[in-house]
Design a protein around this ligand. Structure first.
Ligand code: SDX
Length: 428
């Protein structure tokens, strides 16, 4: 393949270098485009064809349904690693030794207390507040109790900010859930593993001992791994562009949480359950919802289906679908919603509209079924997505800052009014 691209504009040829990544993806380097063409830019709403950065963290191939974190396949990591190992891998680039992992976990535990004044902030929220709004606010508020900026050139400062947020975030997740349930906001247990501690903080009843359930621990550990990173998705791009102004890590994460909340993105896992519940209420009439999803005049979309990058099965959806069966049978839970989901998936995979558009189940289609079986309220589903995505957001923010990338500031194509004179209000 040639190492340059040639663009001809008004009879003049312009050459731009081609860059090839380690997985043989090719990009046209257009950094010099505007300058060398007298102002011509590219236009690509939603960035469907535009790379925002080079990155060494996650590789995915949407056509082949491949997902790897730092070169390790998602299938191997979901099967053999635990969430904290994967968090370390994403953030620092290598799987930790046992000693490194123990120190990482110990440092996280040492930072897992949240200033009690944060409780005054959470008390101010109505019980009806959506936990994603609470979580984004509290994550931003953490800045008020911790250094607002991070000296990324200092390895120690960067490391301290990372273990601080990994220690405090699960507390905020648990408090966001317990606030809605009117339960006391307390702390975890330093003797437990990371995921065990999350479950205990979320589910511990004030009047009895909490008993760990290995099925729930393993299910949540796997779900968090599967959600841990996904290259330049909407919320990760938000974290990167917010951090590119040199805003602090915590407020960049708060911006990412807000972006994740949208039903077209992480909010889809809640929307999937609500859709499946509606179908169940409708007597299981999946055909009606399929017709709605295909009706251009109907804004309804089949939630949990389709993906900007995957034009094949989302590899995470395949793993979660198997896990859903296992968790429900291990827990002895019969959930008609799972049968409706499987029926809907079968119908969609055989429907020409979905086949033509390469719409397959994505990570959100089955995850909510497991969360529900675990007793997690549906409004907390996207919060669990954020808990999983936290190490990916951190890794991407750190990579962007360490590479000293410029502030993100896209161009636009102006299509508004040309110059005109002001008309005094008496003459309008
Ligand atoms: C996540 O990017 C990531 O990596 C995200 C994520 C991550 O880990 O960070 O993977 C997590 O966000 C998964 C996606 C969760 N969202 C949903 O499940 C919501 C439902 N899905 C869609 O809204 C949609 O598929 C998107 C938003 C996910 C992707 O939309 P695109 O890439 O912008 O595609 P598009 O809107 O251009 O759709 C192409 C065609 C259109 O039809 P035509 O105009 O060509 O006739 O497909 C149709 C769309 O109408 N279409 C759907 C559909 N998704 C796309 N039609 C019905 N139901 C759907 N779900």
């Amino acid at each position: 393949m040639s190492d340059k691209a040639i663009l001809e504009i008004n009879g003049q040829k312009h050459e731009f270098p081609l860059i090839t990544g380690t997985e043989n993806e090719v990009a046209i380097d257009v950094k010099a485009l505007r300058g060398s063409t007298g102002g011509v830019i590219t236009l690509d709403p939603g960035y469907k064809n535009t790379g925002s950065c080079e990155s060494a963290i996650t590789f995915l191939d949407g056509e082949k349904g491949i997902l790897r974190y730092r070169g390790y396949s998602i299938e191997e990591l979901a099967d053999k690693a635990d969430f904290l190992e994967v968090a370390y891998l994403l953030i620092f680039g290598e799987l930790p030794t046992a000693e490194q992992l123990d120190k990482f976990h110990a440092d996280i535990k040492a930072n897992s207390v949240v200033d009690d004044d944060i409780k005054k902030i959470i008390d101010a929220f109505p019980k009806a507040a959506h936990p994603m709004g609470v979580l984004s606010s509290l994550t931003s508020a953490l800045t008020a109790f911790n250094p607002s900026s991070v000296n990324v050139d200092s390895e120690e400062d960067m490391y301290n900010a990372i273990v601080r947020i990994l220690g405090k975030f699960p507390v905020l997740v648990a408090w966001a859930m317990r606030k809605k349930q009117g339960l006391p906001l307390d702390y975890g247990d330093d003797s437990l593993g990371y995921v065990e501690n999350v479950l205990k903080m979320m589910f511990k009843s004030p009047n009895k001992e909490y008993e760990q359930n290995e099925i729930l621990v393993n299910a949540l550990d796997k779900l968090l791994i599967l959600h841990a990173d996904h290259e330049q998705n909407c919320s990760t791009s938000t974290v990167r562009i917010t951090g590119s102004s040199h805003a602090g890590l915590f407020v960049s994460l708060a911006a990412g949480i807000s972006a994740l909340w949208g039903p077209l993105h992480g909010g889809a896992n809640q929307a999937v359950l609500e859709m499946l519940e509606a179908i169940k209420e409708d007597g299981g009439d999946t055909k009606k919802y399929m017709a709605k999803a295909k009706d251009k005049n109907d804004p309804f979309r089949l939630m949990g289906f389709g993906h900007r990058v995957y034009k094949n099965f989302d590899p995470r959806a395949k793993i979660i679908k198997v896990a859903a069966d296992e968790v429900l049978s291990d827990l002895g839970v019969e959930d008609p919603i799972l049968d409706i989901a499987k029926g809907l998936e079968k119908e969609a995979l055989e429907d020409q509209y979905f086949v033509d558009r390469k719409l397959y189940p994505n990570v959100d289609f089955y995850s909510g079924i497991i969360y529900r079986a675990m007793g997690i309220p549906v409004e907390m589903f996207t919060v669990m997505f954020a808990l999983g995505r936290l190490p990916g957001w951190i890794a991407q923010w750190k990579e962007m800052r360490l590479r000293k990338e410029p502030i993100g500031r896209p161009r636009q194509l102006y299509t508004g009014e040309t110059l005109r004179s002001f008309t005094p209000i008496k003459k309008r």
